[in-house]
Design a binder for this molecule. Structure first.
Ligand SMILES: CC(C)(COP(=O)(O)OP(=O)(O)OC[C@H]1O[C@@H](n2cnc3c(N)ncnc32)[C@H](O)[C@@H]1OP(=O)(O)O)[C@@H](O)C(=O)NCCC(=O)NCCS
Length: 140
């Protein structure tokens, strides 16, 4: 059985492992960023039989709010990414945001498009750990 829930400090190790598996050798993450998001209730995990198989984040104060939507390869394509994204979006809308931005990896553009995001020009300087394009969705 799968579940989508808010991430906790104890989940950090599992999240870090997934991050390394999905991002690969260039994985380089400042742990304090997980902590900050967990503290604010902005980290969401997907579990399968109680085991964390994916996660995503939302930082409602950032310029590009949706962060790291990552699922273990064997759990991709089964709808979990969509469920995670819907949960992240509802956190954003409940916080009063009128739009959401994401720095999408090239391979995920169609996924976000299917969820109502469109390509937009990059504004300002954003720090990212992967190649990608900027996408945006207005509050429905
Ligand atoms: C991108 C990702 C989060 C999507 O989650 P997922 O659980 O695999 O996607 P879902 O099963 O919810 O798919 C939802 C829809 O998007 C489509 N889709 C999913 N991944 C896609 C992709 N890479 N390219 C094109 N379409 C994709 C599916 O076909 C599906 O369409 P449908 O509803 O019409 O059948 C996941 O595949 C992943 O972790 N990928 C690797 C890491 C990555 O690129 N993350 C994004 C960083 S910004």
């Amino acid at each position: 059985m799968s579940e989508i829930r808010i991430g906790k400090s104890e989940d950090k190790e599992a999240i870090q492992r997934i991050y390394e598996v999905v991002v690969g050798s260039q994985a380089n993450h400042d742990e304090a960023r997980w902590d900050r998001l967990i503290e604010r209730g902005g980290l969401v995990v997907a579990t399968e039989e109680g085991r964390i198989v994916g996660f995503g984040g939302i930082d409602v104060r950032a310029a590009d709010q949706v962060k790291w939507l990552y699922l273990l390869p064997q759990h991709q394509g089964a709808g979990l990414g969509s469920e995670l994204l819907r949960r992240l979006e509802s956190i954003g809308w409940e916080a009063g945001l009128d739009s959401l931005r994401v720095h999408s990896a090239p391979g995920a553009v169609n996924f976000y498009r299917g969820h109502g995001y469109r390509l937009v020009e990059t504004t300002g300087q954003m720090d990212h750990d992967h190649e990608g394009v900027e996408m945006m969705k207005e509050r429905p």
